[in-house]
Design a binder for this molecule. Structure first.
Ligand code: 17E
Ligand code: FE2
Length: 425
């Protein structure tokens, strides 16, 4: 049936007069129409009508947030079986070692799905999670692969096979990592700075590239997540990326030691990184708390050189890393909290820099995940988008603006009515 004004119903949904982010730098006040799950039109005024229309009056329409680094297998376990007292990575690994003895498929899946729902409510529709593959039953991986399938209608999940205890930390882990790829993990992970020796770390990087080549998978390595200025596995990752030509498929996560390298070495390394064209993920909420724990004063920030990598045009995205787990007992999954912390600890307070931090939780994350044409607000693309109760990316980060609508594949999946405050003075 045509509406009263006799305009033909041409679309399923029209969002009128939103501030649409066509790219991180281009925002236009336009109408956006959706049909059959895809973005069907974007223009200053769409004359036809739709079955449902929402007048946004200048609210921000953004592509969804991308969570490029989270550990869903450990999410929501903070305090089990005990709290992390030193606040270090190493105590976190020990506590997880104890907790993971009790993992069941149900436990993993329930916590992962509860976390993904929280993330979706806050505008995330793309997630890369790590799954610890250093237990012989591979139950974390099995659970997260099942979750990937179960949520695929509303959330895109990638699973990294992550050997938390090191590929050479015991005799079975190397085979377990390969088995994880046979089971269907999307990416190969690693943790070279945690291997027994520097040599083991170096050969772990070689092994990761061999496996990624053999099974045609992405790579995402926990790399140099330590304040040790001698931890230099990133150069090996970059060299392997150059030699294999895999650059865009490779990610170095954390790389906090790059914040501690001497400047002469860091400048040489950044030249190599420019050639390698790999992706970087910084996790500012977690690394500002995990790192610097062996320092007295001055106390290092323990975050990678986000600003300098970005200034060189390299792809940096931001991750939450943990939501209430042995490494970080706080966290709600809100990517604007992550971007807000990045603005502070990376000193990216200039207007363009704050905008860049927004790109790091959206477009840059999509690039890290190799989402290609499945991401962004262009006609013909899947209609995945969010409406924020704010005007632009700067105010979104400043106010940690609420995500009022989450539209997944053309359907309004979640609506949040922001709280209102009454003052009686
Ligand atoms: N495992 C690890 O090696 N590093 C981290 N930041 C977390 C888990 C959360
Ligand atoms: Fe991590």
């Amino acid at each position: 049936m045509s509406p009263a004004n006799n305009k033909p119903i041409a679309y399923d949904l029209i969002l009128r007069q939103g501030n649409v982010m066509l790219s991180p730098h281009q925002i236009e006040s336009v109408d956006l129409a959706i049909k059959a799950g895809k973005i069907a039109a974007i223009s200053a005024h769409i004359p036809e009508s739709a079955a449902q229309e929402i007048n946004l009056q200048g609210k921000l329409i953004s592509p969804p947030f991308v969570e490029s680094h989270i550990h869903l297998d450990s999410a929501l376990t903070a305090g089990e079986p005990r709290w992390n007292q030193t606040g270090t990575l190493f105590e976190g690994i020990k506590i997880w070692q104890e907790r993971k003895q009790d993992l069941t498929l149900e436990d993993i899946k329930n916590r992962a799905i509860a976390t993904l729902k929280r993330q979706a409510q806050q505008g995330i529709l793309f997630v890369r999670t790590h799954a610890d593959v250093s237990e012989s039953n591979l139950i974390a991986l099995e659970g997260l692969l099942e979750v990937r399938e179960e949520v695929k209608d509303w959330m895109t999940v990638q699973v990294v096979a992550f050997p938390q205890d090191g590929i050479y930390g015991n005799s079975q882990n190397e085979l377990l990592l390969e088995k994880a790829l046979e089971m269907g993990a999307d990416a190969v992970g690693g943790i070279p700075h945690y291997e027994f020796t520097r040599e083991d770390g170096v050969r772990s990087v070689q092994r990761i590239f061999e496996l990624a080549g053999k099974y045609d998978r992405l790579i995402d390595i926990h790399c140099d997540e330590i304040d040790d200025d001698q931890s230099r596995f990133l150069e090996g990752v970059a060299a392997a990326a150059i030699r294999t030509g895999m650059g865009a498929k490779v990610t170095a996560s954390h790389t906090t030691a790059l914040g501690s390298y001497n400047n002469a070495y860091a400048f040489k390394l950044i030249g190599l990184l420019e050639r390698a064209q790999i992706n970087f993920i910084a996790n500012p909420l977690i690394n500002i708390t995990l790192q610097g724990r062996t320092d007295t004063y001055p106390k290092r920030r323990g975050i990678t050189r986000v600003k300098e990598l970005w200034q060189q045009g390299l792809n940096v995205s931001l991750g939450h890393d943990c939501i209430q787990d042995p490494w970080y007992s706080l966290g709600t999954g809100n990517m604007l909290d992550v971007a807000h912390m990045a603005v502070h600890v990376c000193q990216m307070t200039g207007v363009a820099e704050v905008g860049a931090c927004y790109a790091m939780v959206t477009w840059n994350g999509a690039k890290t995940l190799n989402l290609g044409q499945n991401y962004g607000l262009e006609v013909g693309q899947p209609a995945n988008l969010i409406v924020l109760g704010t005007e632009n990316p700067y105010t979104a980060i400043r106010d940690r603006a609420p995500v009022e609508q989450v539209i997944s594949q053309g359907t309004v999946l979640i609506e949040t009515v922001p709280s209102t405050t009454q003052c009686y003075w």
